[in-house]
Ligand binder design. Structure first.
Ligand SMILES: [Fe+2]
Ligand SMILES: [Fe+2]
Length: 308
């Protein structure tokens, strides 16, 4: 595995190019313009929230969608720790530092937009949300990739995972304003994922074995952002049951398109013995995750058919 200082130096021209492309593609937007303030009202002190308080323009949502909204927002609220990890890996200098700061500025508006929407529509319990946020951010539990190579892989997969989960949640809201907020945020995540995906691709060329080891590790250990959220396992189970994010989505929309097609791990050249072994384990794991994905999809289809 190439040392991180060397890899950062090797990839500096790539990060410059990707940063320029990102700045040319991303469009300015304003969180406040996506929040339907007209639906807001002053909270009464000590008021207990109930589902009927929500104003989702006539739509109603269930616990799974509320779980997804909570988890998606809390993940964005953990930005201080994500920033810390990314700055530690990439440093403050040159194009690397410029990217880290720009990315942080963009990430910051995600929680603003989603929080604004949730507060004015009362879609979820604001006391519960705030208590979870305090618990989560006070705990500061976020994945900390052990090497730069792991970081590249993690960021590419994680940005895509958040994009998918914001989009899917937006679609399930049934409220055009909520859909708009989640799509706007998902649009940013999409550009982030494209940046990290292509950065990882360049890293594969610079350090094929180091990256193959990191990809195998990250695919084996990937955890959705949000592991530090109180009740995360229950929320994750509800989100999976609703089909917003489960093992089938993970395989079909993340591992297959990115790891298999974009990075084309099967045909990476220049691997040493350790890299080859990592690839062999990775291919076995991907085949297994494909089988699991098919089973999950079949079961969901059967459950849907039974409920009709
Ligand atoms: Fe985000
Ligand atoms: Fe992002």
């Amino acid at each position: 595995m190439i040392a991180s200082a060397q890899l950062l130096a090797d990839l500096e021209p790539t990060v410059e190019r990707l940063l320029e492309r990102h700045l040319a593609t991303s469009k300015e937007w304003f969180p406040h313009e996506h929040v339907p303030y007209g639906r807001g009202r002053d909270p009464k002190p000590g008021e207990q929230w109930s589902e009927d308080d929500a104003d989702l323009a006539g739509a109603t949502i269930d616990d799974a969608v509320r779980s997804a909204l909570l988890v998606n927002l809390l993940t964005e609220d953990n930005l201080p720790y994500y920033f810390r990890s990314v700055e530690r890996m990439f440093g403050r200098d040159g194009a690397w530092g410029t990217w880290v700061r720009r990315w942080t500025a963009e990430e910051g508006r995600h929680s603003m937009a989603i929080y604004g929407y949730l507060m004015v529509t009362r879609a979820i319990d604001p006391h519960h949300l705030e208590r979870c946020r305090m618990a989560q951010v006070s705990g500061g539990v976020t994945p900390d990739p052990p090497t730069l190579q792991h970081g590249f892989v993690y960021l590419a997969l994680q940005e895509l995972a958040t994009r998918i989960s914001h989009r899917a949640t937006g679609k399930m809201l049934g409220d055009p304003a909520g859909y708009d907020v989640m799509m706007r945020v998902a649009g940013d995540e999409n550009l982030h994922q494209i940046f990290y995906r292509d950065l990882a691709h360049a890293a594969i060329e610079a350090d094929p074995s180091g990256m193959m080891i990191a990809i195998e590790d990250q695919v084996r250990n990937f955890a959705m952002p949000g592991v530090g959220i109180p009740g995360f396992n229950e929320h994750a189970a509800a989100i999976a049951r609703a089909g917003i994010y489960d093992l089938a989505v993970h395989h079909d929309q993340i591992l297959a398109p990115v790891v298999l097609r974009q990075w084309d791990v099967e045909h990476v050249e220049g691997l040493d013995a350790e890299g080859e072994q990592a690839r062999e384990r990775l291919m076995v794991r991907l085949a297994k995750s494909e089988r699991v994905a098919r089973r999950v999809t079949e079961r969901r289809e059967q459950a849907l058919a039974a409920s009709v």
